[in-house]
Ligand binder design. Structure first.
Ligand code: MN
Ligand code: MN
Length: 275
């Protein structure tokens, strides 16, 4: 049973994250509860769809995600990326059960993926969080992971991630949302972990010195949708560029909700010329 009040879960035990006693507890928002405090990762607004009952918002501090308890996979993960996030910390490797989920809710484990043919695909990539060991470890929480075809994870999805980091290294500030689109009756692996039909990304790119207040109708925004199937690797990532409007209609979510309707309309209908 899902408690109705907002709860603070001391789920990320220090031991799991290498004894980071100072790690803040994740904040969990249940449907119907007040919104999580706004932070930099959702500065452009929390993506919203018509059915909040399958959006369990988890603020993991180094990213914010919406977990879908029916699919056992995130609807979306949002994070801010700039060069301060990029350091030299070693990739954690160990996938972690997310104990921020409410008591009684099933937890996905790394074993759910065993022999499934799917990669444990990060949404917020490990390589986007190499400033501290704790931030890197948090990307290995299983709620930030989805069943992703190896051809997608290791080729165009990875190339897009690398492109984003190249922008961050060139002093840009990026607001990224990555997520999953499911068919009505998705294939599942393990204990009911749904395989998305499509993966998507929405990326807002600010130039050095710009802030969220600088966003206007000429800000660079790009979106991509990639099929989660073999064959996806045959095209370069930029072949999957699309508009935010197209992602909104395929996913049912409204993105960039903190921007004015006029700025959303301008940015969401543009097909950006990148890279
Ligand atoms: Mn990946
Ligand atoms: Mn929108």
């Amino acid at each position: 049973m899902i408690p109705s009040a907002r709860i603070i879960v001391l789920g990320l035990a220090g031991g799991l994250l290498g004894g980071c006693a100072k790690a803040p507890a994740p904040v969990v928002e249940h449907p119907g509860a007040p919104p999580v405090p706004s932070n930099e990762h959702v500065a452009l607004g929390i993506p919203k769809d018509a059915d909040p009952s399958d959006d369990l918002i988890l603020d993991h501090h180094s990213y914010v995600l919406s977990y879908n308890p029916r699919m056992h996979v995130a609807n979306w993960v949002a994070w801010h990326l700039d060069e301060r996030d990029l350091g030299s910390v070693q990739r954690a490797h160990e996938f972690l059960v997310d104990d921020a989920l409410p008591i009684g809710m099933a937890r996905v484990t790394a074993d759910d993926y065993a022999q499934s043919g799917y990669d444990r695909g990060h949404l917020c990539p490990s390589a986007d969080r190499t400033d501290t060991a704790e931030h890197n470890a948090r990307t290995f929480l299983m709620t930030n992971v989805h069943p992703q075809r190896p051809e997608l994870n290791r080729v165009p999805w990875k190339a897009l991630e690398e492109y984003e980091r190249s922008l961050a290294k060139a002093h840009r500030s990026l607001y990224i949302v990555a997520g999953c689109i499911f068919s009505a009756h998705p294939v599942t692996i393990g204990h009911g972990v749904a395989v998305p039909r499509l993966d998507y990304k929405i990326v807002v790119v600010l130039e050095a010195g710009q802030t969220v207040a600088s966003i206007n109708a000429s800000t660079l925004v790009f979106a991509a949708m990639m099929p989660n199937e073999a064959g996806v690797q045959e095209k370069p990532w930029a072949a999957y560029l699309t508009t935010v409007d197209a992602v909104e209609s395929a996913s049912g979510y409204d993105f960039l909700t903190a921007l004015t309707p006029a700025v959303q309309a301008a940015l969401e209908s543009k097909l950006a010329a990148v890279p």
